[in-house]
Design a protein around this ligand. Structure first.
Ligand code: PRP
Ligand code: MG
Length: 212
């Protein structure tokens, strides 16, 4: 039987809430936690556990049909990919932060400064609006440590509780965008899988309504 393939974050803050949503939709997934692939026993669906940053390309290539992913990742790497549903969890913002002791007046202060981030396109697009050119240093994790080790003057990363900024003596100076988990759809989804997606979306909408 035909199955729809859904990408779910392999590990990290979206993983648990994504699986809970599928569960709340009445979908049972036989999870060997270490497997990268799992099937639902009572719905035509296969889950692929993938790295966040890889998901937009997998959607584009049609390797997966749909994904539960942070909107911020789509903004960074997949602004060509459609969102079918906003899911209301994993809310966060993508912000710029500088060391607490630094005086910060406006974004102009960051002209030519070194910005450590995993979101280069988001930073470049944001700075463009202000005619400011950052010196981007691409880092894939633990970005907040960069100013403390002399690698950057500022950082741009996800802020949720704010605890990582606090622990690293940084202050949030610009909120660039807000984000939440979304259901994203491959531009290459087949008509067969679109029918399965419609059924899944119907269940998701019922669950989200119940959560309000
Ligand atoms: C994420 C993100 C921030 C932090 C924000 O990092 O990159 O560092 O969470 O959350 P907070 O405001 O609640 O502290 P994560 O812990 O997922 O690890 P990583 O950066 O190494 O991927
Ligand atoms: Mg981090």
């Amino acid at each position: 039987m035909n199955k729809i393939k859904i990408a779910v974050q392999k590990s990290g803050r979206l993983n648990e809430d994504s699986l809970r949503l599928l569960k709340d939709c009445g979908i049972s997934i036989d999870n060997g936690k270490d497997q990268l692939k799992a099937s639902a026993s009572n719905f035509p669906l296969e889950v692929l556990y993938l790295r966040n940053g890889d998901i937009p390309q997998y959607l584009r290539d049609g390797v997966v049909d749909i994904a539960i992913i942070g909107e911020n990742v789509l903004i960074e790497k997949g602004d060509d990919i459609n969102i079918a549903e906003r899911l209301g969890f994993s809310k966060c913002r993508v912000s710029l932060a500088v060391p607490k002791g630094i005086k910060y007046n406006s974004i102009q202060d960051l002209d030519g400064m070194r910005i450590a981030t995993s979101y280069p396109n988001t930073v470049i697009n944001y700075f463009k609006k202000f005619n400011v050119t950052p010196d981007i240093h691409l880092i894939n994790g633990s970005v907040e440590i960069a100013p403390n080790i002399g690698l950057a003057d500022a950082i741009c990363d996800i802020v949720s509780s704010g605890s990582t900024l606090f622990k690293n003596n940084l202050k949030e100076v610009e909120k660039m965008l807000t984000s939440e988990a979304v259901l994203a759809v491959s531009p290459n989804i087949s008509s067969e899988n679109q029918i399965i997606l419609d059924k899944l979306q119907f269940r998701i909408q019922a669950v989200l309504k119940g959560r309000k």
